[in-house]
Design a protein around this ligand. Structure first.
Ligand SMILES: Nc1ncnc2c1ncn2[C@@H]1O[C@H](COP(=O)(O)OP(=O)(O)OP(=O)(O)O)[C@@H](O)[C@H]1O
Ligand SMILES: [Mg+2]
Length: 438
């Protein structure tokens, strides 16, 4: 049922709700417009008259007779008393194979100068949750082309993983390596709240020409309105869902989930929701799982959405409320370490602190044993490295420590990978086996 049909049913049932009419702008506080004299449901769009034309704004809340609206573009040219007209058909975003190779903004408009996008279908920004019992279980590994992940933190088709890191430790490069190396048929990249310069760099240098052919990029940079950033995340999920429902294996890369939470924080605070943890209002913690749960496997006839959400851990603090909340709702986390990046060890994946919760269910026993052995070696080396460095440990004292240190250089070599290099899954497992000496 469309929004307009639902509303008319509601109006018939509820005589107190008058038909929708035009209202006027009463007040502007920060980024929020307050309109009176019109009724529209939360989530619907209104047109607001401006000096130069009109702008679209979404209803994000109400108090009594006042509607709170959030514009999807820059707020300029609005005047006191400007006409506000609710439009009931929220047209959603275009979805279809025509999107492949394109770069769009948070609400589906092309950004790449390659002309308008015509698709047969459109889809809503949000979707009804899948019945958890009808989802396919995660059974098969997904190749992401990175040795450290394929070998030691194997990702399953339909898994949702957090990529936790501070700024500048290689999140974007790691995501870019996956877009080139993955076996997924479709890649959906959401660049949310990033610097505008990074968007172009990601598309031209990291994704490249052949990567773009099977990718859709959704960009809502830092200077886009909070609503646009929020919608950008939802649009990414909607597009990924469309391809999943067609039976494709989709890799969704979202950079970053923290910016999504921050956009929701801006919106919620401006409509008067009280802040809770670190300034984040409670609605943020409700929106996060609602977004993340949209990724994952579909039913038996559908494909999968394997999703990587980057999470900024401010000052490399993993206890940040968004990092904490995300870890609880994701099926695994990969931590990028600043210390390793500083030492020039790329990708700076800290295997010891990372975990793929579905790995035991999707790899062979032999593979799992190898991954455990690597963790043990890394842990022994880390605990004893200071002793070895200052010469307090003499080789021959403890056979396990000696053995661990003898494997360390080969392992470090295995864990490092050039930006442009993609290593297929089987090869990663074989290389791991030979690194550990069979
Ligand atoms: N696999 C790699 N090989 C070589 N260098 C790398 C690799 N990964 C990252 N780097 C280096 O780290 C730098 C920062 O990486 P990147 O831009 O991906 O970080 P980021 O975490 O996305 O940063 P920001 O938080 O600013 O978005 C790169 O410019 C590059 O020099
Ligand atoms: Mg980045």
């Amino acid at each position: 049922m469309t929004l307009a049909q639902r509303l008319s049913r509601y109006q018939t049932a509820n005589t107190a709700c008058k038909p929708v009419a035009s209202g006027r702008l009463d007040r502007v506080v920060g980024l929020t417009l307050e309109a009176i004299g019109c009724r529209a449901p939360v989530g619907s769009v209104c047109k607001v008259e401006t000096l130069t034309g009109e702008l679209e704004a979404e209803v994000v809340g109400f108090a009594g007779e006042t509607l709170f609206l959030m514009p999807s573009e820059q707020l300029s040219g609005v005047m006191p008393g400007a006409k506000v007209t609710p439009i009931l058909h929220n047209s959603g975003i275009p979805v279809g194979p025509e999107l492949l190779g394109r770069v769009i903004d948070g609400i589906g408009n092309p950004l790449d100068g390659l002309g308008p996008i015509f698709t047969e279908q459109r889809a809503a920004f949000t979707s009804t949750p899948i019945n958890p019992l009808s989802r396919k279980p995660i059974k098969e590994p997904l190749d992401v082309g990175i040795k450290a992940i394929n070998g030691l933190l194997t990702v399953g088709k339909g898994q949702r993983i957090g990529l936790f890191a501070g700024s500048g430790v290689g999140k974007s490069v790691t995501l870019g390596m996956m877009t080139r190396g993955t076996s997924a048929q479709i890649v959906v990249v959401g660049l949310i709240g990033e610097r505008g310069r990074e968007v172009k760099e990601f598309i031209d240098e990291i994704l490249g020409k052949e990567g773009r052919e099977r990718a859709v990029v959704i960009a809502a940079p830092a200077d886009a309105s909070p609503l646009m950033r929020l919608k950008g995340c939802q649009t990414s999920l909607t597009i990924a869902e469309y391809f999943r429902d067609q039976g494709f294996d989709v890799l969704l890369l979202m950079d970053s989930l923290t910016r999504f939470a921050q956009a929701q924080r801006e919106i919620a605070l401006s409509v008067g929701e009280p802040p809770a943890t670190k300034g984040y209002p409670p609605s943020v913690f409700a929106k996060l799982p609602a977004l993340v749960e949209r990724a994952g496997n579909g039913n038996e006839n559908q494909g999968s959405i394997t999703a990587f959400f980057t999470v900024l851990s401010e000052g490399d603090d993993l206890q940040d409320p968004i990092a904490d909340a995300s870890r609880a709702i994701l099926d695994g986390h990969i931590v990028l370490s600043r210390e390793m990046a500083d030492a020039g060890h790329y990708p700076a994946i800290d295997v010891e602190r990372s975990v793929s919760r579905v790995m035991p269910a999707i790899v062979s026993d032999d593979h799992m044993l190898m991954s455990k052995a690597v963790r043990q070696i890394l842990s022994i080396c880390r605990k004893n490295q200071d002793l070895v460095a200052i010469g307090a440990y003499k080789s021959g004292t403890d056979a396990t420590i000696d053995q661990a240190f003898s494997f360390k250089p080969k392992l470090d070599n295995y864990l490092q990978q050039e930006m442009k290099e993609a290593v297929p899954y089987e090869m990663c497992v074989n290389m791991l086996r030979s690194t550990l000496g069979g």
